[in-house]
Structures are given as structure tokens and as C-alpha cells.
Design a protein around this ligand. Structure first.
Ligand code: FAD
Ligand code: GLY
Length: 382
């Protein structure tokens, strides 16, 4: 990438006001850049609002995604510092809870699958502990009495993604970044093969660098030579209300076909479906049934809890399920920070540090080097 001649205050335009765009904007503004974030709706209301906020580098590690693990672990390790800094600056809580995550199984088949995943994850060097059913129920007494085994991951926790997003808005304001809501980027301004700004209807806002952080919508921004292979992966979610003084659950729990995320205020999130339905935002009876059935099998007491909310969201899923972090491969002046799929909340701190560094210095952090846009070029040429 050819870096522009850096002025004292490089002008950076960011497309998308989700957790990724806002976290990058915050880091850039802290470093003295002139930052404009363009969000066509309200900031933080896309996948960022829909997420469960799990910081699950360990239990979410899947076969075929080994290369993602170092990125996830590094970002997970940065969350406490990121949260502390955000809370200190804004005076707002972000709900980071580091009490560990439990994965449970009841039937013989489920225990077998749990054992296979546990051995795979231990083989990656993850510090997980195998638990008997009794030991799992000691951690969570209201689990189904039939719970036969569990795995405990002490490092996996959660953050309240909605609180974190609200804090980021304030952090942007306090560091002088401009968040423009209700302003849709309708194209890239390209001159001489270089992106020189963003188009907003009939006007152009000039920028030295443009960061594309439009989540599931990233490939739809006109003007890109090779739009990133990012698509919406629909997730249906719901939440119930527990008594915060006497909660049914205190740890994040993964059970067959669902996960359960208890917030400090008593909200119990149940997630999530994974559907290839484009931008269809309907909740369906089948989705709700599947979530409630799976949650009830793991934690029967949910049947007495009031329903609080139901919602859908779109994970920015990439062709290889990994994010795209780095310069656009065929357009100078454009940097991609998209495709975070199931891990965008987890990956926000590292994405923000690495992309801000790239914008300001042209350096590619070794953590993001394997996740550049260039990895798709061979496939395109074929
Ligand atoms: P978004 O939050 O979607 O933000 C993109 C923004 O760009 C949107 O606000 C949109 O309005 C804006 N935009 C789009 N086009 C334009 C345009 N042309 N002009 C201006 N603005 C535009 N991750 C985890 O780490 N842990 C979890 O537990 C977790 N659970 C999840 C559960 C569900 C059901 C879902 C759907 C996702 C979950 N994720 C989780 C994934 C995580 O939510 C995403 O990876 C992350 O929020 C992506 O952030 P983003 O900022 O890239 O996208
Ligand atoms: N990471 C949880 C989800 O995407 O549903």
C-alpha cells in the first residue's frame, strides 16, 4: 500500500458505526487523527446490538478455524484493559464478567461430542477442565439434574455488548471523533486508482484513508474494485428476566443447540440460530421453539421466567469464517475491517489497535497479517 503524505492530523473516514467502526475511531482519535464515522442508522444497532457479548476464544474454537485462535486469544487478553480504559474515560460500565464459561452435555451422544471437542481444544493448548455432571451442577445448581458432564473454561467470559457500544459513543465524543448518524455512505470517491473520500448522496467528504467497517453490508458499498466476500448470517435470539438477586444462572453456559448468557441485571440471553436467509429479519416460531426447547433441556427453570425481548441480527460472515483486516488488495487508501462473523465483540480491541496502527503508520500487525484481503485473490483469479 502507498501511504499518503501524513499531515499532522490525518483525516480518516470510517464507514459503519458498529463496535468495529467505533472502536477503531476511538483509537484513531486518541492518537490525534481527525475522525469522521458515518453510520446510516443509529450507531451500535446492527450486529453489535444483536450479539450475546461472549468472549469465548476457548469454547468457540472449532476444527478448521485453528488459524483464528491466536487472534481471538490476543483480543480476549486485551479486553480487561480495553474495558477499564473505556469505563475510566466515560464513567459508564461495560459489564465485563470473567467468571468462566461452562459447556454441558446430558445424553451419551452429547457427552461423546463434548469429549471430542474438549480433546480438540486441549490439543490447541487451551486450558480447559473436564467436569463430572456433579461438578458441573456444583457450579450451576439449577442445571438439568440429568447433566452428565461438563467442560469449564476459566478464561472465557462476557461483556455487555450494548453497554460497551454506549460507552464507545461517549468515548468518541470525549476524544473528538465525529459520529454522523443517519448518513449513508453511497459510494467511494476514487481518483487515479486511489480512494480519496466517501460519497454521501450528492456530496463528497475527502479523507486520507477510508476504513470500511460496515459489517454484513460491507460488500454492498459501491465503488469497490473487489468487494469483500462478506454475507449476512442471520441469528435469532431472545432474552428472559431472572431475579437479579437470585439468578437461575451465573456463568455463561453452552448447551447442545443453544448458549445461555446471564447478565448482572438478571437478563438471561438465549442464543442463537445460524441461518443463511440473507437480510431477512423475521423472528420465526421455529426459531423461538428451537431456542426455548434447547434452553429448557439445559436449565428447566427457564419455563417460569418472563420473556423480555426477541431480536434478530446479521453476523458479517466471510467466505472462510475469518475477518478481513488490512488494506484493500487493489485500491489504495481503503482499509478493510469487516467479516468478524461470530467473534466481532471478542475481536474489537485487537481490531481497533491493529487497524489504527495500520492507518497511522502503514504497519501490518503480525496478528492480522494472515487475515488480509489478498487471501481471496487466488480464488478470484481461478
Ligand atoms: P455492525 O455492528 O453490524 O455494524 C455495521 C454498521 O454499519 C451498522 O450499524 C450499519 O448500519 C452500518 N452501515 C452499513 N452500511 C452502511 C453505509 N452504506 N453507510 C453507513 N453505515 C452503514 N460476537 C462475539 O464476539 N460474541 C458473541 O457472543 C456474539 N454473539 C452474536 C450473536 C448474534 C445473534 C449475532 C448476530 C452476532 C454475534 N456476534 C458475537 C458477532 C458480532 O455481533 C459481530 O461480529 C460484530 O458486532 C460485528 O460488528 P461490526 O461493527 O462489524 O458490524
Ligand atoms: N458467537 C455467538 C454467535 O455468533 O451466535
Amino acid at each position: 500500500m502507498t501511504m499518503p503524505t501524513m499531515k499532522d492530523k490525518p483525516r480518516v473516514a470510517i464507514i459503519g458505526g458498529g463496535i468495529i467502526g467505533m472502536a477503531i475511531g476511538w483509537r484513531l482519535a486518541q492518537a490525534g487523527a481527525s475522525v469522521d464515522i458515518f453510520e446510516r442508522g443509529q450507531a451500535g444497532q446492527g450486529a453489535t446490538r444483536a450479539a450475546a457479548g461472549m468472549l469465548a476464544a476457548g469454547v468457540e474454537a472449532e476444527p478448521g478455524e485453528q488459524s483464528l485462535l491466536p487472534l481471538c486469544l490476543e483480543s480476549q487478553a486485551r479486553w480487561p484493559g480495553f474495558a477499564q480504559e473505556l469505563e475510566a474515560l466515560t464513567g459508564l460500565p461495560v459489564g465485563l464478567r470473567q467468571q468462566g464459561t461452562l459447556v454441558v452435555a446430558s445424553t451419551r451422544d452429547e457427552v461423546e461430542l463434548l469429549r471430542t471437542n474438549y480433546e480438540f481444544q486441549r490439543g490447541l493448548g487451551l486450558d480447559l477442565v473436564w467436569l463430572t455432571g456433579a461438578a458441573a451442577k456444583e457450579k450451576e445448581p439449577f442445571l438439568n439434574p440429568r447433566t452428565a458432564a461438563g467442560v469449564f473454561s476459566a478464561r472465557d467470559g462476557q461483556v455487555d455488548n450494548r453497554l460497551a457500544s454506549a460507552a464507545l459513543r461517549v468515548a468518541l465524543e470525549k476524544t473528538g471523533a465525529r459520529l454522523h448518524e443517519g448518513l449513508e455512505v453511497t459510494g467511494l470517491d476514487v481518483q487515479g486508482g486511489r480512494v480519496t473520500g466517501v460519497v454521501l448522496g450528492d456530496r463528497v467528504v475527502a479523507a486520507d484513508q477510508v476504513v470500511l467497517a460496515a459489517g454484513a453490508w460491507s460488500r454492498l458499498i459501491p465503488g469497490q474494485a473487489s468487494p469483500p466476500p462478506v454475507r449476512p448470517v442471520k441469528g435469532q435470539m431472545m432474552s428472559l428476566s431472572m431475579d437479579p438477586a437470585n439468578p437461575l444462572l451465573t456463568h455463561v453456559v453452552w448447551a447442545p443447540k443453544c448458549y445461555l448468557v446471564p447478565r448482572a441485571d438478571g437478563t438471561l440471553i438465549i442464543g442463537a440460530t445460524t441461518e443463511e436467509k440473507g437480510f431477512d429479519s423475521q423472528m420465526t416460531a421455529g426459531g423461538v421453539l428451537a431456542l426455548l426447547d434447547a434452553a429448557w433441556r439445559a436449565l428447566p427453570g427457564v419455563e417460569d421466567l418472563p420473556v423480555k425481548e426477541m431480536w434478530t441480527g446479521f453476523r458479517p460472515g466471510c467466505r472462510d469464517d475469518a475477518p478481513i483486516l488490512g488494506p484493500a488488495s487493489d485500491l489504495d487508501g481503503l482499509i478493510l475491517a469487516t467479516g468478524h462473523h461470530r467473534n466481532g465483540i471478542l475481536l474489537a480491541p485487537l481490531t481497533a489497535d491493529a487497524i489504527a496502527d495500520l492507518v497511522l503508520t502503514g504497519r501490518i500487525d503480525p496478528h492480522i497479517a494472515p487475515f488480509g484481503a489478498g487471501r481471496f485473490n487466488a480464488a478470484r483469479a481461478a
